[in-house]
Write a protein that binds this ligand. Sequence first.
Ligand code: ANZ
Length: 927
Amino acid sequence: MDYSHKSIEQKWQKFWADNQTFKTSESTEKPKYYVLDMFPYPSGAGLHVGHPLGYIASDIFSRYKRLKGYNVLHPMGYDSFGLPAEQYAIQTGQHPAITTETNINRYREQLDNIGFSYDWSREVRTSDPAYYRWTQWIFMQLFNAWYNKDVDKAESIETLIAKFETSGSQGINAECDDDILTFSAEEWKSFSEEQQQREILKYRLAYLRESTVNWCAALGTVLANDEVINGVSERGGYPVEQKKMMQWSMRITAYADRLLRGLDTVDWPEPLIEMQRNWIGKSVGASVKFPVPQLDTDIEVFTTRVDTIFGVSFIVLAPEHELVSALTTEDQKSEIESYIDKTSKKSELDRMADTKTVSGAFTGSYAKHPITGKDVQIWIADYVLAGYGTGAVMAVPSGDQRDYLFAKHFNLPIIPISDSQNIEEEADANKDGRYINSGFINGMTYQEAVAALIAKLEELKLGKAKINFRMRDAIFGRQRYWGEPVPVYFKNGLPYLIKEEELPLLLPEVDKYLPTETGEPPLGRAENWKYQDQYEYELSTMPGWAGSSWYWFRYMDPQNAESFASKEAVDYWKAVDLYIGGSEHATGHLLYSRFWNKFLKDLGFHNEEEPFKKLINQGMIQGRSNFVYRVLDEEGRGTNKFVSFGLRDQYNTIPLHVDVNIVYNDVLDTEKFKSFRPDFADAEFVLEDGKYICGTEVEKMSKSKFNVVNPDDIIANFGADTLRLYEMFLGPLEQAKPWNTNGIEGVYKFLRKVWRLFHDAGGNFNVSDEEPTKAEYKALHKIIKKVEDDIERFAFNTSVSAFMICVNELTDLKCNKRKILQDLIIVLEPYAPHITEELWSLLGNEAGAISYAAYPKFNPDYLIESVFAYPVSVNGKMKMNLPLALDLDAKAVEEIVLANADVQRYLDGKAVKKLIFVKGKIINIVV
Ligand code: ANZ
């Protein structure tokens, strides 16, 4: 019988499913190991060959760990809420739940085709009410919690209320909003319920606050910063404006320091850790108050260079700063207002990126320097960001480049403050720059100056040491339909939780998936959807990251109806031992997950500070994309006219990805293009030579880039085992590499050779029970060791070539010995599970048992060479090589050497004085 991948793969996939071969329990006999893949969003496009790369690697690892005696949890599920299904619903009217179900079924079929060893009984879907009730439940815990800095963890909001009742706001050390009130216990008790709730909201870890957001009117939703590219939405390219809105937020900043510290304890790629560190952005500095006597207030600034305080020649506020209007004098009013108007059109990212343009406006007011008491002008400028620090800076033109450009431009004083270029760095290098023009710190070193100034400011009650984080609280809401409803209703404009037993709060039916005529989110369309028939529910839904911020817990105990996962299951599985996924989740998903994990730990639901111990980012498999060029009108809006590649420079265009499947040799099938997207139905084309030529680029393979190669096609031709081996063979897991189907034949041939080791020339199964030769054992034990070493280092690619070498050696040796071949297929099983299952059962073993067989034990003795070709020298001159068994002793060697005819010829009749023999190295004859 020939190797028939199709029937073998179908047979074993069915067997695994029927017998639940990979069903996992909380067995205590074996050590546990948790291997997790970043679960997919089930898009309509299905899987492409890039997606399974990480899944194949994690599956190899899981299968390997099982062979090594571990109880492996290896689950899969779907991150099934999100924008694409909803966009599709808007276009077609089909309920996103239906689209999602169809897509999931398609994904499942594709995943099954690849032969993954998932425990499907543990599947989760974030859009399933049985799942999202727990997402809602976690939201409720966050709403009902505050962060107590004294104990550095979250606590129930009840402990905060108890403190308010006994001692008012005094002595509370919380991570909270800036505008909290100061009150006594009596005052607290005298507050109305509304006043109390309003105050408590400022402390909750899930809270409502007015924030500036990226509002995309065309998509009808708020977008995250990374969803806005060059001022337009990443999806669809629609305009985005800055808008103030009431938004749910998550107080992730409370965890900033723990998120930072935890990074020292995880085994993650260094660049990823660095990205998280930068994102968290810890800055050590000081907060300093500049009194504004006429308003009876202070302007607080955050500075990392308090030592430059004598160089302050003005103050700059962000245009959004709350004091701006009060500070603006009559004369300056129109200038300030027009400046504010101008900056409101720029996104924060643009403001940060632009370090060259100098712009700003004078408020007309002055503040007092906290130490010298001199007047300093108060300006506004958009290089100061509202959301960072205090939204105000003390400007030091002699120390800071932006302040310097600003002072130059507006002719403001520049006060030199030290006799060196960079006193801070020089201090580190132990050089001795000294301060000048700096009052009582003149002559001090950097460290001395900082210490003296902090002490002075504390004494004046005008400043203190302060640590600042760049990270912001995370916005937690979208004005969209297809997400988890927030389990909140409103009474007198204040949010209240529904009762726990009322969970899940189901997503209501709506007639259309669009905002209402009055601009409310789609949930505003739901009829009779009111809490207790009278109170408005929250109409935003949760953002895409809600369901994925805790899903690894649900796999531990997926059917639990009493809790998100039982204590026993969580104590058993603890944390994810190996997490594999794409680097695009470096700051979003991985920060939010770590945050929720820490929060749930604080509440005592588990004991792990970090959820993912080891993490690997698989490299991207790149695709070859095609582009069309959309002509823009005067206002920069896309028209329905498309110009061919060679003529695109004659128009104002933007490139748009087009499905590679409707492009042949870079020529677009214009008829198919018209049905590619509904809005292209009446597209017009500017052709060159009668054809529409597309642009090309090698880039990420992704549904959004329409450059997808489907694994199903590869599997139909070569089988899943070939696909699995080939994806690994492409190169190191972490590296990016373009997809290229050319090499796949070689891998397929390799599997056919494996098959033939077990079959004679006539195709009959033929394995011998004879004792293998040394050479056969050697080939086997080389591969046992190589694969073990490789997999432990996550170097999956090099094993594939080692397998090929091994099988070639065994083929040359005509090896068909059971003792060799049975171990060989165990070693190969993680990579090629189907063919090895088949051969395993042909060998007469219990079906399915190969998955739980023991990985063969490496015996180094087999690798020791039994013969060595000794270099033989006469008086130190190398004459010849003489192969001798390595286990001979010195006496036997001497006899053989001296009896050798060639040696005798070199000795030329001379008497031998001495024979020096070093085992395994040399033989030297002295004459
Ligand atoms: C005076 C000074 C003098 C500063 C000097 C720097 C150099 P990190 O935390 O490292 O990013 N800053 C503070 N708040 C700001 C805001 N909202 N928008 C823009 N800039 C802001 O840098 C903190 C420094 O950035 C602070 O220290 C402040 O300028 C500025 F020679 O204060 B510095």
